[in-house]
Design a protein. Sequence first.
Length: 120
Amino acid sequence: MEWIKLEKYKKKFKSLRSEIDSLQSYLSEVDRSRKGVSIISPYVISKQLAIPELDAFFLLSLAENENLLHKVYKVWTNDDEYLLGEYEIKELIPETITNDATGKEVDKDHFYIDIVFELA
């Protein structure tokens, strides 16, 4: 991948320079060792880089801006037991989703949305 595309952000966000370096290294390692699609969450990046999760989300968004990653909204039942669907656009997530595993309808009060980034 072209992780070099993130270099310009080191000048723009000088206080995040070392975090961007670490992100580049991490993503490069994931890219080398992957088979298929790799899912990268802001939570994992925050733990890996020892930064707040919001900062991790910001850094991953920079990589998305450079078309290095692709954001996906994964919808899960509140108990984390079933993945109800994946959506590329948040506004396309319906108010009610059929749980294919149980056949029951799940309304938005009973599911949550996890934002992840994919490296394909």
